[in-house]
Write a protein that binds this ligand. Sequence first.
Ligand SMILES: Cc1ncc(C[n+]2csc(CCOP(=O)(O)OP(=O)(O)O)c2C)c(N)n1
Ligand SMILES: [Mg+2]
Length: 894
Amino acid sequence: MRNPALAQDPEVDAIERREWLESLDYVLQSGGVARAAQLLRQLDAHARRTGARIPFTANTPYANTIPVSQQPAFPGNQKLERRIKSLARWNALSMVVRANKLSDGIGGHISTYASAATLYEVGFNHFFRGRTDTQQADIVYFQGHAAPGIYARAFLEGRISRHQLENFRRELADGGGLSSYPHPWLMPEFWQFPTVSMGLGPIMSIYQARFNRYLEDRGLKPASDQKVWAFLGDGETDEPETLGAITLASREKLDNLIFVINCNLQRLDGPVRGNGQIIQELEAIFRGAGWNVVKVIWGSDWDQLEARDTDGLLAQRLGEIVDGQYQKYAVEDGAYMRQHLFGSDPRLLDMVRHLSDDDLKRLRLGGHDPIKVYAGYKAAVEHKGQPTVILARTIKGYGLGEAGEGKNITHQQKKLNEDELRAFRNRFDVDLSDEELARSPFFRPQDDTPEMRYLQERRQALGGYLPARIVTAPAIKPNLEPVFEEFYGGTGDRKVSTTMVFVKMLAKLLRDKDIGKLVVPIVPDEARTFGMESLFRAVGIYAHSGQLYEPVDMDTLLYYKEVKDGQILEEGITEAGSMSSFIAAGTAYATHGVNTIPFFIYYSMFGFQRIGDLIWAAGDSRARGFLLGGTAGRTTLAGEGLQHQDGNSHVYSLAYPNCLSYDPAFAYELAVIIQDGIRRMYGEGESVFYYLTVMNEAYEMAAMPDGPAVREGIVKGLYKCAAAPSGKGKLRAQLLGSGAILPEVLKAQTILSEKYGVRADVWSATSYGELYREGHAAERWNMLHPGEKPRVPYVTQLFEGSEGPIIAASDYLKVLPDLIDRWLPRPLVSLGTDGFGRSESRAALRDHFEVDARFVTVATLAALAREGQIDAKVVQKAIKDLDINVEKRNPFVA
Ligand SMILES: Cc1ncc(C[n+]2csc(CCOP(=O)(O)OP(=O)(O)O)c2C)c(N)n1
Ligand SMILES: [Mg+2]
């Protein structure tokens, strides 16, 4: 064996390296890349056989992925593009500076777009395709904090007015303004996708790209080479949602998806990886996950140095510098860089001897060089079989100089003094005089200037402007009575659960000749929990590659059938991914002009509580469709305990302004609500979506009572479902129940009447949320219209002339029924499930949470006693008769 010390000897090292490299060069020239790669693999295998432990690395050197030799020619006019970009930079900066001058603290971001301008401009001039009659638009997720730059470009394009720019972040100003970030809710003709809550853009984009394939595979849209681009920050990759679904993209071979990660090495507080290299970390993650990774680190200025680096010394040096130090080079001058970056080795110093300190300072990074960015994007759009991630190195606050370039404070920088504005103007050659500068005016050249003509020509050639949200899907008004009418009649003494009812409705909807093909069932590995497995066979599980194996249950009726045009999106255990699919399907009416109707069914506890921010994004996106919270109800889901039993979701969902939430008890209620939902969303085009809880407790489904008020009441949130038994007794009560607790309330109605002579009406409260909204709308109207005939809230109208105390019980927090208390003629008594759940039987849980028929009975009697209508002794006796433990712990704290 050779003396190991020899390896340390630089001369031996150089000779050995040269010999190996020459051999490799020979193979590359004579046998090509494939042969060289094969030999390298064989060498690796040989070394391992001899026991060498070669450390694993998923990384390539800290260098551009595309070598200069393979770089395509840049097809654009660089001079004009630089000019357009400079104008976009100026206007973006000016927008934020002016907004903060006018209204201190209004906020906005300069430095994100400053670092990303080239990444966007190359996209706008050469890649992002707009919608034409023959072309589907590319789908672009813009990084939220880069919004000023996107507005600035739209201003240059003539799509956004000067007035709007002036009112950036002042949306309520006269004539309208611009929203801080991408929000389709606020700018429905401009923004398509909300991205500013970090991590949501990336995960939504992955499922969007997959949904595009789904639509094609199912024949709902023609196949195309439409791309999905997602722009994100390097700091954003710390959010679990950002990286959590990347293997789906590679598994599904989504070569229609391109991530562009702006690696400016900084986030809000400081460096993303001060002591490491975020680009290398992300490269390893994405390569490991099966993505095509294109690193765009160094600009063309570095090509000459790379050409001189025959020994790989520079490459090695660049690979060992940590990001915190790279950031330091960005803020220091060229002399510092010479001393600290190249000064580590005299040979490196030699390599840059011909460059002045200023030259060194001007060595541009890849993400600021259109030639390198273009090369990366071109490689990405042409790549087949894998999604691509572009890791583009930039400087945060590029061009801000002393005002923040590369500094830790740059993310929050919103104000520039005159000197700083002048420096920025000079750097980007904006034609504004010193006098004009102080006002930081917006600047847009005349339409007939070469740069404006170029800008318009490029967009025309690519098919039109972007972003643009254009709704082309026609309204649909299917007659769904035949689907739903069987559910109006009730089930007699046959017991079923609302989940079973829902699955049956879904199956029927899937078979409907008008809308069947538009239905998109989405489930995160819970289909069997909800009894949906019959759908596997009936409509198939979507799998682009079909079924490459023989399923173990092939010989059964309900086998696990994966198929290319399968309709079910079986997402596996990811509520976040499923919700992203819901958003893609629920917005397809705008993105693709296709009215897909998503039904996403999941464990209700893992919805609003777990992925509330994605549901919020669905609302912002104007997504349509139905969320089904399955196994809902704190006491109805027996056995599963504290983490699973949901008594919260209807409280959370209240906060989502365009989400309509219902807790139906009977099949006919569900039928009325879904039918009305389809009408409102797909017939009337309302930007609302639905949250319905369905339960797994089987009981007899009542028949729909007669009368038009019933359907209306179901939708409004409350109606009388069982009038008090007739009789002469004076004692009266009004009982409200919802969901699976309604049958308990109906039992209490019987007990009260048979044992205590109380005649109670029973009301089904399908939606406290809708009642709350309606009541407040009426109050607000009254406040603003004094002297006019006041509007009477629906709840108040319903209880006019009613008698007796009012008791409400649900499987959710007591605060839910309390929402309507103020509009009732008498104070409400609420029973609910505040507190942590338990693994127990339904009966025990309802005793524990005090929501069963016994507690409804006692609560009613107690209220009557309070009003002096009965003696307290009656209540005491009832407590005893009904075997209620008065010393039990309060479930709220138990
Ligand atoms: C979920 C979430 N958490 C926190 C924030 C606040 N925030 C806005 S920008 C930012 C830093 C962004 O850094 P990076 O992703 O690297 O983007 P850059 O501006 O550097 O391009 C933070 C923490 C947010 N928008 N969303
Ligand atoms: Mg960053």
